[in-house]
Design a binder for this molecule. Structure first.
Ligand code: SF4
Length: 166
């Protein structure tokens, strides 16, 4: 079986909710424009960043800022851990192609920038995340619903909770 290519959203969803990752991977999509804006995916198109060029690697589009850095631009740091994992994944994809970069996440609302480095520990961490993602993607059934504070903002809310009430 050909392995599904992992993109930035797979990493984000893994961190937010494994069930959401599984549903997304099966192309069960209820994602709204609102949610996309919340998660910053539209920012990619609208970014004010001084990006030099975009690199397409597997299913990931990476903004190369300069010789040293790649950058992600997000609205707010509400999902900072997921954002960091996503950027680590990009750094890892680049490294596996012989390109070593550091990462920056620019949060537009808070006007703050966070540096992300693919050190030894983070490389182990992202490899483990990738392995865990494939375990979820290859599972026959969706992970069980786990009620999360994030659920009420999730595009799968009606889907998940309607099934719960049956
Ligand atoms: S509604 Fe909650 S449980 Fe369902 S996919 Fe979204 S975050 Fe996960």
């Amino acid at each position: 079986m050909v392995k599904q290519k992992i993109g930035g959203l797979h990493i984000q969803y893994f961190e937010v909710c494994p069930r959401k990752l599984w549903l997304y991977s099966k192309q069960i999509s209820f994602e709204t424009e609102h949610e996309k804006v919340i998660e910053g995916t539209l920012l990619h198109e609208q970014s004010y960043a001084r990006k030099e060029k975009e690199l397409q690697l597997d299913s990931a589009v990476i903004d190369v800022l300069d010789e040293e850095y790649v950058q992600e631009t997000k609205l707010s740091s509400k999902m900072q851990k997921a954002d960091e994992l996503q950027l680590l994944y990009y750094l890892y994809l680049l490294k596996s192609r012989g390109i070593e970069k550091k990462g920056k996440i620019a949060y537009t609302k808070e006007r703050k920038v966070v540096e992300v480095l693919l050190d030894e520990m983070n490389e182990k961490r992202i490899k483990q995340v990738i392995a865990n993602i494939y375990t979820i993607l290859e599972a026959e059934n969706a992970p069980k619903l786990k009620k999360l504070p994030y659920c009420k903002n999730c595009a799968y809310y009606d889907f998940c909770y309607a099934l719960e009430e049956e």
